[in-house]
Design a binder for this molecule. Structure first.
Ligand SMILES: Cc1cc2nc3c(=O)[nH]c(=O)nc-3n(C[C@H](O)[C@H](O)[C@H](O)COP(=O)(O)OP(=O)(O)OC[C@H]3O[C@@H](n4cnc5c(N)ncnc54)[C@H](O)[C@@H]3O)c2cc1C
Length: 392
């Protein structure tokens, strides 16, 4: 087994992005899911970037992995969202809380591109507060029966397996959420693609319903009742991957405005020489460099917590920094895309150009994996103290 090589991963991600761009742009204007993305990702060995080598992955450390996602984020929030669903919130909980047998059952196939993964926490009536979910499970000998509806799930109708959360159906049991890996080919599992979206037409978002879906007992993640902890732990990884992708969006917006503002002339000179255009460029650049620094600090904290799994202080630091990074960088990306649209003028408002696509796509990053509001409450409670938590 060879040691992880960060330079090789970066080179493979670059080659993947170069090949992806024309396909992604075509799918975007045609408003269709980019089914070539997993094929290319497999070709460049990116489907197990953060998975341990013993389970078929490349074993990237957190900084290298999130740098890779930042580069993919330049190609768009849609492509990065595929990787978030498959790896950051799909493979990650299986690797972190799954038994060795469960890891072997899903992770090597996921790394080889034979299984796409997803994460199903949100329900129609349970978003910011997952504790309000109504999905249930019932133990029946050597399997569980799952029932319920999961909503707005990335990769939800292209995935082969989904990490799903549910309460015990037996109301005499303690009301504690458990987590399961559910095969989407199971009888009673029906998914529907959601297409009425403001952006990310090339990525898959779906809902699914489970009606008496049989899940083998060994597909329980962690112990019964540990599901909420697993979901929250997974969101640290998910939030960092959103933040990383948004750094890529800012980087791409900067590249685009530099090139365009030098080429486009109005009032007798390149618009890059107009001071108010430079104001936009300066804001994007400062957002980029601040986001980069915060992402790396948060990724390093995540790495420390991963290599010291029992250390509660390191876990809390990683959790707090992931919230800060996600809140700050997603807003910086929204601002950068808005400014890039402005610099492009009328062309900026077209999905034929990159800034307009980034603007539409990146908006969701302030919603999924923890809304702005939920993250602000979390960050404020972090600095004020636990007794000031606005909700529990
Ligand atoms: C494209 C897309 C992909 C997604 N992918 C996934 C996925 O892969 N897996 C998954 O499980 N989910 C996924 N989601 C769901 C996403 O995580 C939720 O949409 C998000 O958590 C918000 O939940 P909600 O939409 O139910 O909004 P709500 O929770 O109903 O919130 C509505 C508004 O109320 C605010 N609010 C709620 N509670 C409070 C409070 N206590 N204080 C202040 N304000 C509050 C929110 O911030 C928000 O502004 C995805 C969503 C989208 C749009």
């Amino acid at each position: 087994m060879s040691a992880f090589d960060p330079a090789k991963l970066a080179a493979d991600v670059e080659a993947f992005c170069t090949e992806l761009r024309p396909l992604e742009e075509l799918c975007y204007v045609e408003h269709k899911y980019n089914d070539q993305l997993p094929v290319l990702a497999k070709k460049h060995n990116l489907l197990g970037m953060n998975v341990l080598p013993e389970y078929g992955g490349r074993g990237a450390d957190a900084v290298s992995y999130f740098r890779g996602l930042a580069r993919i984020g330049r190609e768009g929030t849609g492509p990065r969202t595929f990787f978030s669903g498959h790896l950051s919130i799909g493979a990650y909980p299986i690797q972190t809380w799954g038994s060795d047998a469960l890891r072997r059952k899903y992770l090597p196939a996921a790394c080889r591109g034979e299984q796409v993964l997803a994460f199903g926490l949100t329900e129609p009536d349970a978003g910011s507060n997952p504790r309000e979910m109504t999905s249930t499970y019932e133990k029946k000998g050597d399997y569980y029966l799952l029932n319920g509806v999961k909503y707005l799930i990335s990769n939800g109708s292209v995935a082969n397996a989904v990490v799903v959360f549910a309460y015990p159906r037996d109301t005499s049991k303690a009301r504690r959420i458990s987590a399961f890996v559910v095969d989407t080919a199971s009888a009673g599992f029906v998914a529907e693609t959601l297409t009425a979206k403001m952006g990310m037409p090339t990525s898959n978002t779906a809902m699914f319903e489970m009606t008496d879906v049989r899940v083998p007992a060994e597909n329980l993640l962690g112990a019964e009742g540990e599901g909420f902890r697993i979901a929250m732990g997974t969101l640290v990884s998910g939030r960092l991957s959103v933040a990383a992708g948004c750094l890529g969006v800012i980087e791409d917006c900067l590249t685009e405005v530099i090139e365009y503002s030098k080429l486009r002339s109005q009032h007798g000179k390149p618009i890059a020489k107009h001071q108010l255009v430079q104001d936009h460029i300066a804001h994007i650049e400062v957002g980029r460099i601040a986001s980069d620094a915060l992402l790396i600090r948060a990724a390093e904290a995540k790495e420390q917590s991963t290599i010291n799994p029992g250390d509660a202080a390191l876990a809390a630091a990683a959790d707090g920094l992931a919230a800060r990074a996600k809140f700050f960088i997603t807003n910086a990306a929204w601002d950068a895309a808005d400014r890039a649209v402005q610099v492009f003028g009328g062309r900026g408002w077209s999905t034929l150009y990159r800034p307009g696509r980034h603007l539409m796509d990146v908006r969701v990053c302030r919603i999924y994996e923890g809304t702005d509001e939920i993250l602000k409450l979390k960050i404020a409670a972090n600095v004020l103290g636990k007794e000031y938590e606005a909700f529990s």
